[in-house]
Design a protein around this ligand. Structure first.
Ligand code: CTP
Length: 407
């Protein structure tokens, strides 16, 4: 049995939240409903109160109670926060960090997993603003039960219909099961983003990595209870909340940061696109003036993952995971890297495939280990992260949990 916080916002699908509440209770969960102002124009709080036998929260500051901090108390009590239906408005508020009512404050205050079931008009759902907000939230580890296709209350036909209550209830179960704190007591070190190698005061050599894949891994590891350190190269994408972030710029800085964070680490996931070459003489202190052809002398950077493999030697921990971004069939190169770098798993992808690679929310990867390769379908990077951490957990199963010093 779990304690479910259920946010109901103002969409015509609000009546389906009544059925969802009943289904969650039938599964043995306790449900606390919070309704926004507009939700109450569609369904009365009394309906939920009659089912849950708990007062429905409708305002941030009800007089008489010590409700100024009620959202904080509930935030730490719930095992999952579900919002169904989730309007474009609440999705925008969650993405933007606006906390102007009970539910939006609860979202910011909770560390519990969050599941949103959007419902809105097709054009609203497809609007770039809404999709950007959904992408932002997915990156932060928020899960979605995507709306279905069909006749909408507004008379349109298309995507935007609230998923059926039994589909949402099943998704709640998956979230509750998937976020068992299976990595509690473990320390996971993740690298993400590009590294930039400065040529002079204004120029650098870089690559197109956004850091999204590594951030999804970091968010998932944190959701499973791990103590997560993220060593992050320069990117404009915000890292997930609740983890320790160490920002670096160059491959050398990333190397130093990883080695410094290594003691006590149970698994290292090198999702960063580390530069393989850097200017041999370091960055020029003055701007390089243009003239004729320019020849750059570049040295190889130190391979962080290979150094970790060497340092680990015959031991089985830390678990070491690398990535291989290839053009064309990535598996042969991944297999070679697995052996050369002495790691446990390589996450290989072909960056030329649509929907895979840099700066997109999805990826199609093959997990290559000594035992063989496992080709996963195209899916959200957050789902790839789940698969990957399942493999990390399996690799860690043989090694005991060691105490992690509080950060
Ligand atoms: N890596 C690293 N240190 C480096 C370079 C890469 O730790 N100096 C890690 C990356 O984080 C990634 C894996 O090694 O996990 C990628 O291996 P690499 O051999 O660099 O592959 P690519 O750069 O993808 O490809 P290629 O070797 O073909 O250039």
């Amino acid at each position: 049995m779990a304690f479910v916080g259920l946010g109901v916002t103002g969409g015509i699908g609000a009546y389906k939240a009544v059925e969802l509440t009943r289904l969650l209770q039938k599964r043995g969960h306790r449900v606390q409903v919070a309704m926004t102002r507009t939700a109450r124009r569609f369904v009365g709080p009394l309906t939920f109160e009659a089912i849950t036998r708990e007062p429905v929260i409708t305002t941030q500051f009800a007089s008489g109670l010590n409700t100024g901090i009620e959202h904080i108390a509930l935030a730490s009590g719930v095992d999952v926060l579900v919002v169904a239906p989730a309007t474009a408005n609440i999705i925008g508020k969650f993405a933007g960090g606006i906390a102007d009512d009970f539910l939006s404050s609860l979202y910011l205050a909770t560390r519990a997993p969050v599941l949103l079931a959007p419902a809105m008009n097709t054009h609203m759902w497809e609007h770039a603003a809404v999709q950007a907000n959904v992408a932002t939230l997915r990156r932060r580890g928020v899960r979605f039960v995507d709306p279905g296709d069909g006749y909408l209350a507004c008379g349109w036909v298309g995507a935007g219909r609230l998923a059926d209550p039994d589909v949402i209830a099943a998704a709640v179960e998956r979230v509750l099961a998937g976020t068992a704190r299976t990595l509690a007591g473990r320390r996971v070190l993740v690298t993400a983003g590009p590294t930039l190698e400065d040529l002079d005061a204004v120029r650098f050599i870089g690559n197109r990595s956004s850091g999204r894949m590594g951030m999804a891994v970091a968010a998932e590891a944190a959701a499973r209870g791990a103590d997560v350190v993220l060593v992050l190269g320069p990117t404009s994408v915000d890292p997930p909340a609740g983890i320790t972030v160490i920002r670096v710029r160059s491959a050398a800085e990333m190397h130093a940061a990883v080695m410094a964070a290594l003691p006590g680490t149970d698994a290292v996931i090198m999702a960063a696109a580390v530069a393989d070459y850097t200017p041999a003489a370091g960055p020029s202190p003055t701007k390089i003036e243009k003239g004729g052809a320019l020849t750059l002398h570049l040295d190889r950077t130190r391979d962080i993952l290979a150094d970790l493999g060497r340092t680990r030697g015959a031991k089985t921990t830390p678990v070491l995971i690398g990535f291989a971004a290839q053009t064309g069939d990535p598996v042969p190169a991944a297999r070679r890297k697995l052996l050369e770098k002495q790691v446990d798993l390589i996450v290989a992808n072909d960056v030329t495939e649509p929907g895979a690679g840099f700066d997109v929310e999805t990826n199609r990867v093959t997990l290559v280990s000594r035992e063989g390769s496992d080709a996963l379908p195209l899916q959200a990077k957050t789902d790839v992260a789940r698969h990957l951490l399942d493999r990390v957990e399996a690799l860690l199963a043989a090694s005991p949990v060691t105490a992690v010093a509080p950060q």
